[in-house]
Design a protein around this ligand. Structure first.
Ligand code: F3S
Length: 279
């Protein structure tokens, strides 16, 4: 069995940067260190951080001192304000591309546009975008949901950084038909697009795809969806322990893709395990 790893797989710039800020930052960080939600959407990396003393909290109420790290996918301005009011030290690891999407959302709202956000409802990055645009912002996951939305004359569109370009194009097209003025920002980040294109290319050349990454990772889930849409049998695993040898019986070629929050050591472990299954 031949094993092919996607050209672009694993950690992106924003995730590497966030991890470095916390583990090898140039400035000393006041302990204890807390992250607001997972620092990145990969449970195995978060577990390693926990063993190094970095604790994950879901709310500022659980923090009484030390440093609070804003994760790579960002938080809304209200949370940042609250942290400052409580005198907590903030280490902002928000990815610059997420921050750029927030800036566009804020500016569109300030200029009077009805802000539409294409993103996964309930995802922290989308909550941060809503925080920037204001509570009247509309969040949709699919162009079909626009049928139930009252679309105004002037609409501004921003996108969660991990969305698929085809979905953005569909939503922008639907909004253009129903508004007088549409300002659409493509805030999908290049790392996302590259990983999606690599995974799609590979999925068309193999019999089975294995997508490695957190089950809570939006960009990894998107890779799984895109691979499945090509019709190839696709398995999403977080670790090598989840691989089942029966998936690869009589398979000549298997592809491995990984999300932007998946570390190389997890990809390597999966490849090693596949070799042990005849790769
Ligand atoms: Fe940033 Fe893109 Fe990664 S937005 S965190 S570089 S997936």
């Amino acid at each position: 069995m031949e094993i092919v790893v996607a050209d672009n797989a694993g950690f992106c710039f924003g995730v590497e940067r966030a991890l470095e800020m916390v583990t090898r930052g140039e400035e000393p960080i006041d302990a204890p260190i807390y992250t607001l939600g997972p620092l990145i959407h990969n449970p195995q990396v978060v577990e390693r951080l926990r063993r190094q003393g970095v604790r994950q909290v879901s709310s500022l109420d659980e923090v009484s001192g030390g440093t609070v790290v804003i994760p790579s996918h960002g938080v809304g301005p209200a949370v940042q304000r609250q942290a400052r009011e409580r005198g907590l030290r903030l280490l902002d690891a928000t990815c610059p591309f997420v921050a750029r999407a927030q800036d566009h959302a804020r500016a569109l709202a300030a200029e009077g546009y009805q802000v539409v956000i294409l993103g996964d409802k309930g995802h922290p990055e989308v909550a941060g975008l809503v925080g920037a645009a204001g509570e009247q912002a509309v969040v949709i996951e699919h162009e079909d949901e626009l049928a139930a939305v009252r679309v105004g004359a002037r609409v501004g569109l921003v996108t969660q950084t991990t969305q698929a370009t085809a979905r953005l194009a569909a939503v922008a097209g639907a909004l253009a038909e129903r508004s007088r003025e549409l300002r659409a920002f493509n805030t999908i980040c290049a790392a996302t697009t590259q990983r999606q294109e690599s995974a799609l290319r590979l999925a068309q050349q193999v019999e089975v795809m294995v997508v490695v990454g957190g089950k809570n990772s939006a960009n990894t889930n998107r890779l799984r969806q895109l691979c499945e849409q090509t019709g190839v049998k696709t398995y999403h695993v977080e670790t090598a322990a989840e691989l089942d040898p029966r998936w690869f019986r009589n398979v000549g070629r298997v592809g491995v893709a990984a999300g932007a929050s998946t570390p190389n050591w997890l990809i390597d472990e999966v490849v090693q395990a596949l070799r042990g299954m005849g790769g």
